[in-house]
Design a protein around this ligand. Structure first.
Ligand code: ADP
Length: 338
């Protein structure tokens, strides 16, 4: 188990990470999610031992302060793989096991096993310079896993890839991490990637961890409006919760809390759908997405304190700027803020 206890990293007197604490249990995947520049890579580097920091990084209770990077038993994967260009695929993956003194026959078996795991069986003799971006990241992952690290540190491992490949590799990566039972810290600025891959989230903003918890809990109940907006909420409005049911100007939905009282409701675009019934408004703009149409709707005439909201329509829906539409609430996109 990894414990990060009040870690602070300061560059030129400016703290890039402030008082960060988190834990990762064995076999768990934690995503460190935050906007660019929020300190994610800095914290990962501090955990790896690549960056001097105050506070403590512990493994199973042992302080790693005096332990150099290569003795921490951590595997690292960066955005651009950083494979050894003069070694072939097998040479890259066998590097760690060789350093550990593993016999040649065992190394070959370990390489084959890992190539199988990452979906590249038979790639042993390929020069790494001839791999596609997605293949190179799979090899980087196999190389990091080869010495059986106790913790895997992934720093934006999919960011260098195009959107479609990213999505399919993210799904593959979930399987690889589960099968390898790898305890993992994943750094990403992409909430979808974090949701796809992680069991738990820690949201970092301006060097501070604003919230951490199970993915679904953070998603449903962001700690404050800033975290909510970072997690895709585009409309915030007052509401009321009574015995596990939330109501707001757009309708009501079940929520998993037995609270009663006023609440701040956060709506993601897909919480509001263009339908035949619901709150009326006028379409201001529209943008087609891959599998739906995103519309911005002016509801200022019907909903107090809210001017425009983001909503979704089906691809076939012809809603155009100027059209009157009705918006119905989809509970799946609702969050309670704070
Ligand atoms: P993220 O990974 O979330 O994009 P970083 O950890 O890379 O953020 O950076 C956090 C902050 O620390 C940024 O303001 C960045 O400019 C600063 N920073 C990062 N590395 C260094 C460095 N080596 N020297 C000085 N400032 C740095």
């Amino acid at each position: 188990m990894l414990t990060v206890d009040r870690v602070t990293v300061t560059y030129d007197r400016t703290p890039a990470v402030r008082d960060a604490s988190l834990e990762i249990a064995d076999g768990e995947v934690l995503a460190l999610l935050g906007p660019s520049g929020s300190g994610k890579s800095t914290l990962l580097r501090a955990i790896a031992g690549l960056e001097p920091a105050s506070g403590a990084v512990r493994w199973d209770g042992d302080d790693l302060a005096g332990v150099p990077v290569h003795r921490r038993g951590f595997g690292l994967v960066f955005q651009d793989g950083q494979l050894f260009p003069h070694r072939d695929v097998a040479g890259n993956i066998a590097f760690g096991p060789r350093m550990q003194g593993m016999a040649a026959g065992d190394r070959d078996r370990r390489v084959a096993e890992l190539l199988e795991l990452v979906g590249l069986a038979g790639y042993e003799r390929r020069p790494v310079t001839e791999l596609s971006g997605g293949e190179a990241q799979r090899v980087a992952l196999a190389r990091a896993l080869a010495p059986r690290p106790r913790l895997l540190l992934l720093d934006e491992p999919l960011s260098g890839l195009d959107a479609e490949l990213r999505e399919s590799l993210a799904l593959d990566l979930v399987g690889v991490l589960r099968r390898a039972k790898a305890t993992t810290l994943l750094v990403t600025h992409d909430q979808e990637e974090a949701f796809t891959l992680a069991d738990r989230l820690a949201v970092l903003d301006e060097g501070r961890i604003r919230q951490s918890g199970d993915v679904i809990d953070v998603w449903r109940a962001p700690a404050d409006e800033r975290v909510a907006r970072f997690l895709g909420v585009t409309t915030v409005l007052p509401g009321e919760v009574t015995d596990g049911r939330m109501s707001c100007a757009f309708g009501s939905a079940d929520v998993p809390w037995a609270l009663t009282g006023p609440a701040t409701v956060g709506l993601r675009p897909h919480a509001l759908r263009v339908a035949s019934t619901g709150v009326p408004g006028e379409v201001v703009s529209r943008a087609r997405r891959r599998d739906h149409t995103r519309v911005t709707v002016d509801v200022s005439e019907t909903v107090p304190d809210v001017s425009t909201v983001d909503a979704v329509a089906t691809m076939a829906d012809a809603a155009r700027p100027g059209d009157e539409v009705r918006l119905t609430l989809d509970p799946g996109g609702v969050a309670i803020v704070g």
